[in-house]
Design a protein around this ligand. Structure first.
Ligand code: SOE
Length: 383
């Protein structure tokens, strides 16, 4: 695993628990974690259960005993590491968003397409693997909401409301690519495409940076750093609002913000069709709401499905019914699905091509926002 911040911790939990809770066809050995700060990465290795730590990712990728490379660094190094790993014949998992730019994402999708037979590449849109989200997708595919006509997708956090929150890498374009748009907007774009089975074909959007100068980062990183002397410029968006049209015709309203005061990690998606509707909220992730318009009128209303039955996706491997799951379980399911795909010779999802499709939507939103919210079409990429 390259990187060892917040996502490194989450992915480590995934790798550690997947072989314990699921009967995987092969063993998983957590071999080596890589980072630039030798002391910090050694501490991370001990804490999260990696056998070794190292500071040169190129050396690690060249090792014969490494089969899978998991990339959890900021977006500015995804393309270089992923392409090198694929060319070295390693399977690759990359944390979302796939890259910082469309050009990088295209190069990555091309490298995945050109990789040796059986070499797998996957993007970490982990929320696909929350059982209620997988169930939502399955219910739409089974026709439970009928024809999808409208989607409302929002991802609302508030960790930037305080203007003294320091200038972490997520607020710098050269490291993160974009702000709320790429960090959390990418999740709801992917989720919309995943659950509906349709692609975003065009968007019209607005982005805004509400606090443009922030204290420089002192100690720590990511979401929990402390401030140092002096201020620096925020070079990404704080809020991104956009409307999308799916290739199946439905309209989507998207909202990605780090300024939703009081909302900590509030991803929500509601899919409305001509036969019913489904709604998922991450802050209540063990439940799915379903409205059945074909039920007798006196019984109609949103019902709350507790997604903890062994019949539900992934749940049988865990606890008896009602013994809820949490944020980290998506990372366990991600590790399990990737290992099963590698061992079973199948293509895991989301592929790099799907990651590229999200990147194209992000880019189209920025183009639209820079041009008075004009509608921008998203073109498909041919590797
Ligand atoms: C920060 O906004 C963040 O950690 C995202 O980067 C993750 O993808 C999301 O799971 C939680 O919020």
């Amino acid at each position: 695993m390259i990187g060892y911040g917040f996502m490194g911790a989450a992915h480590s939990v995934g790798w550690r628990q997947a072989p314990r809770m699921f009967d995987l066809p092969v063993d998983v050995e957590m071999a080596v974690v890589v980072g630039r700060n030798a002391d910090a990465v050694a501490t991370a290795a001990r804490r999260w259960g990696w056998a070794e730590s190292a500071s040169d990712w190129r050396e690690v990728i060249a090792r014969d005993d490494i089969d899978i490379v998991d990339i959890v660094t900021p977006g500015d190094s995804h393309a270089e590491i992923a392409i090198a790993a694929l060319q070295a014949g390693k399977h690759v998992l990359v944390e979302k968003p796939l890259a910082n730019t469309v050009a990088e994402a295209e190069a990555m999708a091309d490298a995945a397409a050109a990789a040796d037979d059986g070499v797998r590449a996957m993007v970490g849109f982990t929320y696909r693997r929350v059982p209620a989200v997988t169930l939502l997708r399955d219910l739409i595919a089974a026709g439970k909401v009928g024809r999808v006509q409208e989607v409302r997708a929002s991802y609302r956090q508030d960790w930037l409301v305080d203007p003294e929150t320091p200038l972490a890498w997520r607020l710098q374009k050269e490291h993160a690519g974009s702000g709320a748009l790429g960090d959390i907007g990418a999740h709801i774009i992917d989720m919309t495409q995943f659950v509906t089975g349709q692609s975003v074909a065009a968007v019209s959007g607005t982005v805004e940076t509400i606090v443009t100068q922030r204290p420089l980062l002192g100690a720590g990183s990511g979401l929990s750093g402390t401030a140092a002397e002096g201020y620096g410029e925020v070079t990404v968006d704080d809020v991104a609002l956009f409307t999308g049209r799916l290739d199946g015709g439905a309209l989507v309203s998207f909202e990605a913000t780090r300024f939703a005061t009081g909302r900590k990690n509030a991803l929500a998606i509601e899919v409305s069709g001509d036969k019913g509707a489904l709604r998922f909220e991450l802050e209540d992730l063990n439940t799915l709401q379903f409205y059945d318009r074909t039920a007798p009128a006196e019984l109609q209303g949103f019902t709350r499905i507790l997604v903890t039955e062994s019949a539900h996706p992934y749940v049988a491997a865990w606890w008896p019914a009602g013994h809820v799951l949490g944020y980290e379980h998506g990372f366990v399911h991600q590790a399990k699905d990737l290992v099963e795909a590698i061992a079973g010779g199948t293509a895991p999802h989301p592929s790099f091509a799907e990651g590229l499709a999200v990147q194209r939507v992000l880019d189209a939103v920025e183009q639209s926002a820079a041009d008075d919210s004009r509608w921008v079409r998203i073109e498909a990429h041919q590797p």
